[in-house]
Design a binder for this molecule. Structure first.
Ligand code: PLP
Length: 395
């Protein structure tokens, strides 16, 4: 029978993390299209910026074309110069390291703290105290002779970096703090929204993030001059919009009104989106608590993660399959899972960079498996994912 054939069909594809587009944002995008204001000017850009200012408790926001563009501008306006060194975690998506290179600076890659999987702040301190020397108001890396000018913590997988000791170091050494909060919109650190503490913070609204514009990003700060300068650079440094007078080399990094309409509509449901991902995370954590050798990624007691991408660790002593094999096996049954990013100190573009640390990031990388975490993931589908992984690892 036809119904039997349908029932017996292949199981539905379960993706890792896909956008959820609700009616509100559909309405806003339609409004945008109907109005003809589809390009880089229009009311939704401002409304989206204002909504992000409220969410992150910052004073100023500049909407841009991507999270990477936000990071690039953040480095430019923070005074990071060609030849400087910037401290960044080795365990991250590659975008922040690339942005550091765009301004001609060098990343100093720092290992991950095994208790949070985030930038190891003790290692940052050790690097600054033992390898660097103050010279006037500068911090000089004595081995390379280069100036260290900024800290670029990345809140990986939605979990915040331990910001307080990092901010203390930044104060003592007079370093700028640029937060890459791309994955952590809606997370909190000691009760504060992630992205509210650094001198500048950056977000991404790429398709797989918790709130998406299709593509997009934003830079936030409390400093009106930094914001103004970032906005200026994002619009080709156009000083006079009538006569087209430009006063320096700028960029076309603006977000369009259509993209902003989508993002602005999604921000309204941010809490719901975070709660859904946290529910998904809680179910994974509970289900895998009974599977030997499998643990859900840590969450510090001072943190509330948005659980953007639920990730488990497979202990090689107990699990008979490593994450890359699990990814292949799961793909065969229609379930998308993924290993974590290759640590940057092993990546082709950055393996010659300064690396501070040991095997923390490598150990996490070798064991981590990212699981389907979409807003729309049903309990049924999640049960299917949990069952398939448990069978693979223990049968
Ligand atoms: C997604 C992401 C970015 C970059 O965002 P794009 O909008 O894709 O340019 C930067 N940093 C981290 C940690 C990310 O996850």
């Amino acid at each position: 029978m036809l119904s039997d054939c349908l029932m017996a069909g292949p199981p539905r594809h379960i993706p890792l993390s896909i956008p959820y587009v609700g009616d509100l944002e559909k309405g806003f995008v339609q409004e945008c299209l109907d109005s003809g204001w589809v390009s880089s000017a229009g009311a939704f850009v401002t409304r989206f910026e204002e909504a992000m200012v409220r969410e992150t408790r910052r004073k100023h926001a500049v909407a841009v074309a991507s999270g990477t563009a936000a990071l690039h501008l953040a480095l430019l306006v923070s005074g990071v110069e060609r030849g400087d060194e910037v401290i960044v975690p080795t365990l991250t998506f590659i975008a922040p390291a690339n942005a550091i290179r765009y301004v001609g600076a060098r990343p100093v890659l720092v290992d991950a703290d095994p208790t949070t999987w985030q930038l190891d702040v003790d290692l940052v301190e050790r690097f600054l105290r033992t390898r660097c020397k103050r010279k006037d108001s500068d911090v000089i890396d004595q081995k390379t002779g280069r100036r260290v000018s900024a800290l670029l913590p990345v809140h990986v997988l939605g979990h915040p970096v331990d910001m307080e000791p990092l901010q203390q170091l930044a104060g003592e050494f007079e370093l700028v703090v640029i937060e890459d909060a791309s994955e952590a919109l809606g997370s909190t650190y000691k009760g504060d929204p992630v992205g509210s503490r650094g001198d500048v913070s950056c977000f991404s609204f790429n398709g797989n993030k918790i709130v998406t514009c299709g593509g997009g990003g934003m830079l936030l700060t409390d400093d009106p001059d930094l914001a103004e300068r970032a906005r200026h650079l994002s619009t080709q440094a156009k000083k006079d919009p009538v006569r087209y007078i430009h006063d320096e080399v700028g960029y076309n990094y603006r977000l369009t009104n259509v993209q902003a309409a989508l993002g602005y509509g999604q921000i309204a449901s941010l809490q719901e989106r975070v709660e859904a991902r946290r529910r998904v995370g809680a179910r994974y954590r509970q289900a895998f608590a009974g599977v030997p050798g499998v643990s859900y990624m840590p969450e510090a007691d001072w943190a509330v993660s948005n659980r953007w991408l639920s990730t488990i660790a497979l202990d090689p002593e107990h699990c008979r399959m490593e994450p890359v094999r699990v990814v292949e096996e799961m793909a065969a049954s229609g379930i998308e899972t993924r290993p974590l990013w290759q640590p940057l100190h092993e990546s082709i573009p950055y393996r010659d960079s300064i690396y501070v640390g040991g095997t923390g990031a490598d150990t996490i990388h070798a064991s981590a498996l990212c699981l389907p975490s979409s807003f729309q993931l049903t309990e049924d589908e999640q049960g299917h994912v949990i069952g398939a992984i448990s069978r693979l690892l223990t049968d």
